[in-house]
Design a protein around this ligand. Structure first.
Ligand code: GLN
Length: 215
């Protein structure tokens, strides 16, 4: 997929990208700040109505069982599915990775393993090279993080730790096991915005929704 330069998401003169941050629970405020610093118009979303017509969506870290219950309780599942099936991008981080897996929303053909690094290893940081984001490694903050235990052929692995995928992508959905919002490295958010721009451009040029994200 041609993305231009994923590290410079700004679109001169165009309407800012409206990027939703699911704000049911967890670490949504820092994502909002990071997206705003990149020139997006971030929207904290808690209702199905607020999920409509977004250019992109972040599903943040937190507690995946709590977020899954909130999605069910607040009737958000079909709105998130509609967002994904219209080809609009999603960045799922940590618990957000789990929410998108086969055992939850099934938006990505992958199974995440919760607390995969062990509950004792509550938190650690390392420098991680992420495919497509340039040669400089990212400072990756892992907090009771999952990894991808198993995935289908459509899923591209962008980074691994000890052989376990921790950043993956399928179409315009990017899942990351760590917390990119807790550092000042905004490249994954910039990637989400570049994917949102490509989705918006496609819809504008052919009048049709961009290619579906459905597996
Ligand atoms: N361990 C959490 C879960 O399984 C995820 C942790 C996080 O998002 N930082 O839901």
């Amino acid at each position: 997929m041609g993305l231009g330069d994923p590290l410079t998401p700004e679109r001169g003169g165009a309407e800012p990208l409206r990027i939703g941050v699911l704000a049911s629970q967890g670490d949504f405020a820092a994502h909002t700040t990071m997206l705003r610093s990149l020139g997006a118009d971030p929207v904290q979303v808690r209702t199905a109505e607020e999920l409509r017509d977004l250019d992109g969506l972040v599903i943040p870290g937190g507690e995946s069982t709590t977020i899954a219950k909130a999605i069910e309780h607040d009737g958000l599942e079909s709105a998130i599915r509609a967002h994904a099936s219209s080809g609009r991008p999603i960045l799922g981080t940590c618990a957000g990775m789990i929410i998108c897996d086969r055992e939850h929303l099934g938006l990505v053909d992958a199974t995440a393993r919760r607390n995969a690094f062990g509950r004792q290893v509550a938190s650690f940081e390392l420098e991680l090279e992420v495919g497509g984001l340039g040669p400089d490694p990212m400072r990756a903050v892992f907090i009771r993080a999952p990894w991808i235990e198993d995935h289908g052929a459509e899923v591209e692995v962008l980074a691994s730790v000890d052989g376990h995928p921790v950043v993956v992508r399928q179409g315009r959905i990017v899942l990351c096991a760590f917390h990119p919002e807790l550092t000042d490295d905004s490249r994954l958010h910039a990637l989400l915005m570049a994917l949102a721009t490509s989705s918006r451009d496609r819809s504008a040029s052919d009048g049709q929704p961009a290619t579906s994200n459905e597996p």
